[in-house]
Each structure stands twice: as structure tokens, then as C-alpha cells.
Design a protein. Structure first.
Length: 184
């Protein structure tokens, strides 16, 4: 019998001064058995960075046919496809063909640098792809905040992000490796 996903609940209040977006969200995150706390929290961070009323979590790690997060318009067309980690270049090409904008949020420290050097040339050709790198220290600090019931305040200003649970604050400074589409 297969192990089922673990359900996490998050109350996320976003104050994005860069986009003038100030909205609370009640989110349910299903963590696949093979997903780490770090990846799950990076998904939550990606949601905060691109928050929108139509942004939703996909099957992500359980399916290569769906994004970790995506935003569809009312006709079902994919406006925004957000993926995480270090996917195969072919998967990124496929996502770029399906969506108006594609964002890849990389994490993992040195592994990201190696992956980027191997894939940089082919990924820079994709005109609707943005690649963002998150420092390992930041994503590991986010992972430490993971819990079954979470309450966070997220502030975004001048490209910097702060997430706090009331007791601990994590500062994230995303690094844009490839900017072909709209900024978060």
C-alpha cells in the first residue's frame, strides 16, 4: 500500500509592497512522502512571491505534467507555471510551450550552481522563462519553520522577502539567474 501525502495547513498574510498586493491566504499543502520540508517551504515561498487569487498548487513532485504551482485564466490557459529545483531542460522547454510565463525557483546551494552551468545556454534561449536562485541558508531556515499548522506573515519589498512566524524571521534575497518574464 502506498504512503499517503501529509497535510499541512498554513495561514499566510502577504504584504507585497513591490506589487501592491496585501492579502491573507488560507492554504492546504499536501506533502508527498518523498518531499522534504525544505521543498515544501520553498513551494510556500513561491506562492507568496507570485500570490494571486487564481494561483494554485499542482501535483508537483507527483507529476511531471503539472507545475508545483500554476495560475490558469478563466479559459483554462496557463498564464504562469512555477517549478522548483533542478528539472531537466526538456521539461522546461515543454512548460514554456504550455504557459505564457514560466518561473523556475532553484534551491540547493552548490548543486544549483553546477546545474545552472550545465543548462544555462539552452535555458537562456527560452523567451518566457525566469530562473531564480535561493540561498541554501535561507531555504534551510524556512524548513526549520515547517509545522502541521503554520501562521506566517510575509513582507516583500525592493526584491527582498521576510517571512516570520511571530518568533523567528527568515530573510530571503532571491538572485535572478535568467530574467525573461515579469518579476515577482
Amino acid at each position: 500500500m502506498a504512503i499517503k501525502a501529509t497535510i499541512f495547513k498554513a495561514e499566510l498574510t502577504i504584504a507585497d509592497m513591490d506589487r501592491n498586493y496585501y492579502t491573507p491566504h488560507t492554504l492546504t499543502l499536501a506533502r508527498h512522502p518523498s518531499e522534504t520540508d525544505e521543498r515544501m517551504m520553498v513551494r510556500l515561498l513561491a506562492f507568496a512571491m507570485y500570490a494571486h487569487e487564481y494561483l494554485a498548487f499542482g501535483k508537483g513532485i507527483a507529476s511531471t505534467e503539472e507545475a508545483a504551482l500554476w495560475r490558469k485564466d478563466l479559459t483554462g490557459n496557463i498564464d504562469l507555471w512555477i517549478d522548483l529545483g533542478h528539472p531537466d531542460e526538456r521539461d522546461m522547454r515543454k512548460a514554456c510551450g504550455r504557459a505564457s510565463q514560466v518561473v523556475l525557483v532553484c534551491y540547493g546551494g552548490r548543486a544549483t550552481n553546477v546545474w545552472w552551468e550545465q543548462n544555462k545556454t539552452s535555458l537562456e534561449r527560452l523567451k518566457n522563462l525566469t530562473v531564480i536562485n535561493l540561498a541554501s541558508e535561507s531555504t534551510l531556515a524556512l524548513a526549520a519553520l515547517a509545522g502541521r499548522n503554520m501562521q506566517f506573515q510575509c513582507t516583500i519589498q525592493d526584491g527582498q522577502i521576510w517571512i516570520t512566524d511571530g518568533n523567528n524571521t527568515v530573510q530571503i534575497d532571491p538572485v535572478i539567474l535568467n530574467a525573461q518574464t515579469a518579476k515577482y
